[in-house]
Design a protein around this ligand. Structure first.
Ligand code: PLP
Length: 357
């Protein structure tokens, strides 16, 4: 069976070596040695000024919205994972959808201003499949209308835009280290900001608001990650180069072998160093997608309809029609891509796919 993704598991001896340290320290959570070491390693690897590692990639979205959303209207993309929209509603804010660009698949920055009202407080956009939003245009709009910018950068691990980590964009960026993501800690995530004051607020918000054991800065939640997950992160970290190499080779194979006379692919934004995180293909119609999916499934190959559905269609989001996002969501399939995919797998996938489109 070939699945859409395969969690990267480091050799178990390497994991045991890391986790032994938690036993030696008799310390399992509350930002122990392993998590602190992982933060330092990630800061260097990603070339970013600071990072707060969290228990997943959704809580940092909620924390950012709690601090910056003010229960107002949040301009957001309908083409993302459900966590993006759900966090907005969960934080008592109102999602206001803006349709996406048909090729970049990120929020269409030219349509943002028309959606701004006196209740708008922030923009929450997703770097879809690691493809950057138009961060300069969005920054200019935010400045003009005094809005905050939050990026769901769950897919953007290692992506650089104009030679800078994409995590440095916006007021806050968040990432996910879920087992299905490029870099993972089993469950985990992170948040980033360049603003030192905001960094402090994010930090205490993810630790119950604590200011020392007896005092509190303000409201907080538990967004901490454990040493057990830190151990996984440290073990996976050592393999990042290989993970990227295998993924790049797989992406190159798809690029070479797939029949693009009958398929579209995402256009990567100019000046981007991409991370090979996903391989989405867009079919001519949903009917062709379903036919191709069936043929692949019959051969025990399981791509994923991702993202589906378009989030404006989720009842609690109360969205209006988003023609481009809905059209793309009905026609897009993410092909298998992982650090363990082989050339034989890739040959099988491209052969079956090309014969069924
Ligand atoms: C994975 C993902 C999340 C949620 O991350 P978790 O770590 O699973 O909570 C949020 N947004 C996007 C775009 C994602 O892909």
């Amino acid at each position: 069976m070939i699945n859409v993704t395969q969690t990267f598991l480091p050799p178990i001896a390497e994991y045991v070596k890391q986790i032994q340290r938690a036993w030696d320290n008799q310390w399992l959570t509350n930002r122990g040695e392993l998590v602190l070491e992982l933060e330092e390693k990630l800061k260097k690897y990603l070339d970013i000024p600071n990072i707060i590692i969290t228990n997943n990639g959704t809580v940092p979205l909620q924390i950012a919205l709690k601090l910056l959303g003010g229960q107002g209207e949040i301009i957001t993309t309908p083409f993302s994972y459900v966590a993006t929209t759900a966090s907005i509603v969960w934080e008592n804010c109102i999602p206001v959808f803006v349709d996406i660009h048909p090729e970049y698949l990120t929020i269409d920055e030219t349509k943002i201003e028309a959606a701004i009202t006196s209740k708008t407080t922030a923009i929450l956009a997703t770097h879809v499949f690691g493809n950057p939003c138009h961060i300069e245009a969005i920054a200019a709009i935010a400045k003009k209308h005094s809005l905050k910018v939050i990026y769901d950068a769950a897919h953007a691990f290692g992506v650089k835009y104009k030679s800078q980590s994409l995590f440095t964009a916006g007021d806050v960026s968040t990432c996910s280290f879920h087992a299905t993501k490029l870099f993972h800690t089993g469950e985990g995530g992170a948040m980033f900001t360049n603003d030192i004051k905001l960094h402090d607020q994010l930090f205490y918000s993810h630790n119950f608001g604590h200011n020392g054991p007896l005092d509190f800065h303000g409201l907080g939640i538990n967004g901490k990650i454990s040493e057990l997950q830190g151990a996984m992160g440290l073990a996976v970290f050592e393999h990042l180069e290989t993970i990227m190499e295998v993924r790049k080779a797989a992406v190159d194979f798809y690029d070479r072998e797939l029949d693009f006379s009958r398929l579209d692919k995402m256009k990567i934004r100019e000046h981007t160093t991409w991370n090979y995180s996903y391989y989405p293909v867009v079919f001519e119609s949903e009917a062709v997608l379903l036919q191709a999916q069936k043929a692949l499934n019959d051969d025990h190959i399981f791509p994923r309809r991702y993202f589906y559905p378009s989030l404006n269609r989720i009842p609690y989001a109360k969205g209006t029609a988003m023609p481009i996002s809905e059209s793309i969501a009905s026609r897009i399939l993410c092909l298998p891509l992982s650090a363990s995919i082989t050339e034989t797998d890739l040959r099988r996938i491209t052969t079956v796919l090309n014969a069924n489109i």
